[in-house]
Design a binder for this molecule. Structure first.
Ligand SMILES: [Zn+2]
Length: 322
């Protein structure tokens, strides 16, 4: 081997070593980068999937709870009684007592009495629903305030709905967290737990400490295994006023009813009362209520000396039990 051959060989080896080094470096770099990129991709996929899963879980829970509620409602409606009819106590006590008092009143007071403005309270149970916004839009268009007896829902749209109810100046009332008769009325403790859960949740979401309650099925329901007077007593202790109703829109019927029927159910009886509390529902299967609402409001606004108001501390509580 000549000196020339040797130096050429050495050069060849150096180059080979350099190339090998480069290859090793590239392989090393790839060995780090590829798994890193893969982990990032998998991680984001994992997070995304988990989010979707939890969304699905929420929807599943929601469906399950609606199903249970429906089952409760069916069991409840099947029972031989008519919860949503107007009980015998409907003519509010105040109406009766005022009539009694009138003859003894000085003339001026009696005149005041004649000028008494009829108060109508639109109340919506069971919301928020997919229609809450539509209902709120209609109320806003007509510059009317109403009362929403809501249940506990945690999806973003429901949270927004609670907030909008309050922001729009309506009264936020409670209608139990679960709305499952079998749970709410299982025992006094169960009732108290459910009530606290809803009251605290609404406070957290809206900053409003609600003090108005509507019993699921009304105070005259017979689904409760607890004596209703015990629950009423508890509400009184908590400074919570419960409201029933004296006019039914009829939208709680098992079968869908037309907007026309709802309008006439609501409007035809308003004149019978000094305080009319109309029971309606804010629920996914009750769009005819939404369709009926503008006409209900307009008809009532057309009545003389009649005002639509949200429930407040000044509202005489219409209650089915004495
Ligand atoms: Zn209800």
């Amino acid at each position: 081997m000549t000196a020339m051959d040797e130096s050429a060989y050495a050069e060849y080896r150096r180059r080979r070593v350099r190339r090998l080094k480069k290859i090793i470096l590239i392989v090393l770099a790839l060995a780090i980068i590829i798994p890193l990129v893969c982990s990032i991709v998998f991680l984001s996929l994992f997070i995304h999937t988990r989010r979707e899963l939890s969304d699905l879980q929420n929807r599943y829970d929601e469906l399950l709870s609606s199903m249970e509620q429906l089952r409760d409602d069916i069991a409840y409606i099947d029972a031989p009684r008519d919860v949503y009819s107007v009980s015998d106590v409907t003519d509010s006590q105040r109406d009766a007592s005022e009539t009694d008092l009138t003859p003894d009143m000085p003339e001026e007071a009696a005149e005041d009495e004649e000028e008494h403005v009829r108060e109508v309270y639109l109340t919506f149970d069971d919301g928020p629903s997919i229609y809450t916004d539509e209902i709120l839009d209609i109320l806003a268009e007509h510059e009317v305030k109403a009362t929403f007896f809501v249940i506990g829902k945690t999806e973003d749209v429901a949270v927004d709905a609670y907030k909008r109810i309050v922001a729009d100046g309506h009264t936020l009332g409670m209608h139990s967290y679960s709305h499952r008769y079998s749970q709410v009325y299982a025992s006094k403790d169960a009732f108290v737990d459910d009530l606290n859960k809803l009251q605290e949740y609404l406070y957290e979401v809206t900053g409003v400490w609600s003090r108005y309650y509507r019993f699921p099925g009304g105070s005259s329901n017979t689904a409760s295994t607890v004596d209703m007077s015990e629950l009423i007593e508890y509400l009184t202790e908590q400074d919570i006023t419960y409201f029933d109703w004296n006019i039914v829109s009829g939208d709680a019927a098992g079968h869908p009813i037309s907007a026309d029927t709802i309008v006439s159910n609501c409007v035809s009886r308003v004149a019978n009362f000094n305080e009319a509390v109309i029971l309606m529902h804010d629920a996914a299967d009750k769009h005819s209520t939404v369709e009926a609402l503008p006409r209900i409001i307009e008809s009532i606004q057309d009545m003389e000396d009649t005002e639509i108001l949200p429930i407040s501390d000044d509202t005489f509580p219409i209650q089915h039990r004495e």
